[in-house]
Design a protein around this ligand. Sequence first.
Ligand code: NDP
Length: 259
Amino acid sequence: MPLIGLGVYQLPSGKATEEAVKFALKTGYRHIDTASLYGNEESVGRAVRESGVPREQVFVTTKLWNSDHGYDSALRAFEKSQRRLGLGYVDLYLIHWPVSQLRDESWRALVELQRRGSCRAIGVSNYTVRHLGELLNGSKVIPDVNQVEFNPFLYQEELLRYCKDEGIQLEAYSPLTRGHRLRDPVVLEVARNYSKSPAQILIRWSLQHGLVVIPKSSRPERIRENSEVFDFEISTADMSRLDSLGENLHTDWDPTDAV
Ligand code: NDP
């Protein structure tokens, strides 16, 4: 699974998504993160097909939306996503949110889809330690990935440890805090230490904690900037300073109380 992916949440279907995905692939990205909810799977698929990059070199994730939970509904929803993408198999299919009562049935459907070879890997998103514990109690198949909101301002140490112990790859969404903390004084100071941008520092911080990271941008210069994070290393001292910024910042939804 490529460590950096392009997130396409809130990119409108059509030209905007296609151009962002094509530019990302041209600049070296090999991983795109979409979802049925985002309404742009068709554009992602078209951009990948037209990019000239061989299908097998691109890692594409999509997700099961909340209204499609349940065994049969999940299978049907997957088929629709697969058709919209038009890429044959899906690299990673995720349960977008731990919907109460139905999520175990949906997980069985994802296990079946993987068995059929329709998706290479399966996983979950917005699962807390409690949700993962329940899933592991009821299923022999462990999720390959858990995609959660993760950045220094929402440093989920317990979840990170749990996923490492269980062999689940943690993936950081909203790694740039959607822009809300890019001018934080500590982030700015660390960025100056390495002559890097605040966004690059936040992405590198997640990578050094072992996460896969999926920053979103629609702008070519930022798409490139967000991928230029492999030529420096944040020191232990600066990592600790960033680690201490935790303030339980949820920019979107908080799954803590999802029953
Ligand atoms: P991000 O933290 O990636 O932030 C995106 C915002 O930051 C946009 O406003 C973007 O603006 C701006 N930005 C991007 N790069 C830079 C830069 N280098 N410097 C300054 N600003 C920058 O937020 P997202 O919530 O979009 O998360 C990323 C991806 O994670 C999503 O696109 C989606 O794929 C996934 N996601 C998954 C969720 C889930 O429930 N599973 C929930 C939310 C997101 P601009 O586009 O103008 O550059």
